[in-house]
Ligand binder design. Structure first.
Ligand SMILES: Nc1ncnc2c1ncn2[C@@H]1O[C@H](COP(=O)(O)OP(=O)(O)O)[C@@H](O)[C@H]1O
Ligand SMILES: [Mg+2]
Length: 322
């Protein structure tokens, strides 16, 4: 047994299988094509990558750097997190010192600024001035969840790329590929469960596969739902159906099982409801009403209201509908 196996440590698959080139980034054909043409011309503009987690924003940025700079890419690529808790001044100081150090043989370097939407608009304005100051030597690639949270003066200086949640086929192909490489036995219902739990987030799918593979020889539905803190879709559906049928007590007890016994976060339950409602066997009109309630509940939870109380109130309101 090797040292690694004995200690139970293993390389993290999201790093091991992170695409190294743009052409290995899946599910974003149009984006990849545009990015590739920047790289081929060796002429980058500032860029803004907007989209949810685990869709390839960081991967695309590092792939660009690898293609432009080859093996030395890390010398010319600085990754910073905008929400560095030490503040925007620390971020700007690091940008400045990176931009100023002399560099051999390249026209410009890349600064990848993650979570740019975590910055206040004042901080973004300061950042915009810094971008301007160093735009001869540095290209910025910023990533954010929502481009609407980025001030116009920055957006207008960037080429904007929208990363959508990855399609089920793309996620399925990737996890089947990794399972193959790792010699993992992955069942069809295991694939479906991983794809469902991931909801378009490739990081979640791969981490789920790796975690589930540690706990047993076969990765099946059971293993996946146990490990990913995802409720089975049929449990969520059952809970909602009970509420619709007016059996609030049953609905609440299912909610309780999910939160207390399975340890699923209220926010994740909301997220699942939101994603699966159209697959439930309820009339469209009712689905729309449920979605409306889900949205309201989600908003209240984001605003800091107690998750369980809000979810219970939502189920209660469904029970009262006719
Ligand atoms: N489009 C994609 N194609 C292939 N793998 C991907 C893709 N998006 C994400 N991944 C996988 O998920 C991991 C996390 O992706 P990352 O680019 O860091 O996501 P984010 O959009 O949050 O920056 C990567 O290491 C890679 O293994
Ligand atoms: Mg990232």
């Amino acid at each position: 047994m090797s040292e690694v196996e004995r200690s139970g440590r293993e390389e993290v698959w999201i790093e091991k299988y992170r695409p190294q080139t743009l052409s290995d980034v899946v599910g974003h054909e149009t984006i990849v094509e545009r990015l590739q043409s920047y790289v081929d011309r060796n002429d980058l503009s500032h860029m803004l990558f907007a989209g949810p987690a685990g869709t390839g924003k960081t991967t695309s940025a590092t792939a660009i750097a690898r293609e432009l700079y080859g093996d030395d890419w890390q010398e010319h690529f600085l990754e910073l997190n905008a929400s560095d808790e030490r503040g925007i001044d620390v971020v700007r100081d690091r940008i400045k010192s990176f931009a100023r150090t002399s560099f051999g043989g390249v026209d410009y370097r890349i600064i990848f600024l993650d979570e740019a939407d975590a910055l206040t608009s004042d901080a973004q304005s300061a950042l915009r001035r810094t971008m301007e100051q160093f735009s001869n030597n540095v290209r910025f690639i910023m990533s954010c969840n929502y481009s609407s949270q980025i001030i116009d003066p920055i957006q207008s200086r960037c080429a904007v790329f929208r990363f959508s949640p990855l399609g089920d086929e793309a996620v399925e192909a990737e996890i089947r590929h990794i399972a193959d490489e790792e010699g993992i036995e992955l069942t069809d219902d295991g694939v479906d469960a991983l794809v469902y739990a991931a909801g378009g987030d490739m990081r979640k799918a791969i981490n789920g596969l790796q975690a589930a593979s540690v706990s047993g020889d076969v990765v099946d539905e059971e293993a996946v739902f146990a490990i990913t803190s995802t409720a089975r879709p049929e449990v969520i559906q059952g809970m909602v159906q009970d509420a619709i049928d007016g059996d609030f007590t049953a609905a609440r007890s299912q909610l309780d099982d999910l939160i207390t016994d399975e340890g699923i976060a209220g926010g994740d339950i909301i997220d699942q409801l939101h994603r699966s409602i159209w697959e439930f066997d309820v009339p469209d009109e009712q689905a729309v009403r449920i979605l409306d309630r889900v949205g309201e509940t989600d908003y209240r939870i984001t605003e800091g209201a107690n998750e369980r109380i809000q979810l219970e109130a939502m189920l209660a309101s469904l029970s009262l509908d006719d």
